[in-house]
Design a binder for this molecule. Structure first.
Ligand code: C5P
Length: 227
């Protein structure tokens, strides 16, 4: 079977990463969560005091970009790769609501995007990859053989993210999560550089009414049609 590139884009908390992981495992492909990369850069900016609720020192972040080393390392116990920032595992640290609240601001910055997109292209150069994000089908891999665009209502997505955070013991309210989901949707779709949009040749999947297994079967058929 020939290896292909699978691009999965969509709004936050549409279940992109769950689907992408499942797909990569089934096909023996590499899975790359590009949101984790934007989150890690955001975490770096927070750690160094370049960003807080009332201020964002873009200039200093840009001057520090060359000191940010991002790596995915496969964790065989979990069955997927974890995000490392300058050799430290930040997989848990990047999933907090604080990081979620700043990440779209950082992701608006073109120089940040350029750096990450370059790495993403490199990771996908041999195909056999499932990558999820916001601009994968439009910017990173415009020639991907299969492009999926995932949607679900904001309330469905907020509930999903809220359940996840609660399970992890994060002390958040549903309202705060919904607000974050809506704010990120807004910024991600309105930014100048690489806004979130459905590629012309992407197939849209609204998963408000599909369970995980149904969704997986739908996408698996699309994969079989593309290989
Ligand atoms: O996928 P996730 O929700 O973890 O992404 C976090 C944020 O990173 C998004 O809201 C978006 O601002 C940014 N992002 C992006 N481009 C990508 C992936 C994520 O701008 N390819």
């Amino acid at each position: 079977d020939k290896k292909i590139t699978i691009a999965i884009d969509g709004f936050s908390s549409t279940g992109k990463s769950t689907l992408a992981k499942q797909l990569a495992k089934h096909l023996g492909y590499v899975y790359v969560d590009t949101g984790a990369m934007y989150r890690a850069v955001t975490f770096f900016a927070m750690q160094n005091g370049y960003i807080n609720p009332d201020f964002f020192d873009k200039e200093t972040l840009l001057n520090s970009l060359s000191f940010i080393k991002l790596q995915f390392k496969f964790n065989p116990d979990l069955g997927f790769a974890e995000m490392y920032l300058n050799d430290v595992n930040v997989e848990t640290a990047i999933r907090t609501i604080e990081v979620s609240n700043f990440v779209s601001k950082v992701a608006e910055v073109s120089q940040v995007r350029a750096k990450l997109v370059e790495q993403q292209k490199e990771m996908g150069k041999d195909k056999g990859i499932v990558m999820d994000g916001r601009d994968i089908g439009t910017v990173v891999f415009p020639d991907a053989e299969l492009k999926i665009f995932m949607t679900a209502s904001a309330t469905t997505r907020a509930q999903r993210r809220f359940d996840e955070l609660q399970q992890k013991g994060d002390d958040v309210t549903y309202e705060a999560v919904l607000k974050n989901v809506e704010e990120r949707d807004y910024i991600d779709t309105h930014r100048v550089d690489s806004p979130l949009l459905k590629a012309e040749d992407a197939i849209e999947i609204d998963n408000s009414y599909l369970n995980r297994e149904e969704q997986f079967q739908v996408v698996l058929e699309l994969v079989n049609d593309s290989t």
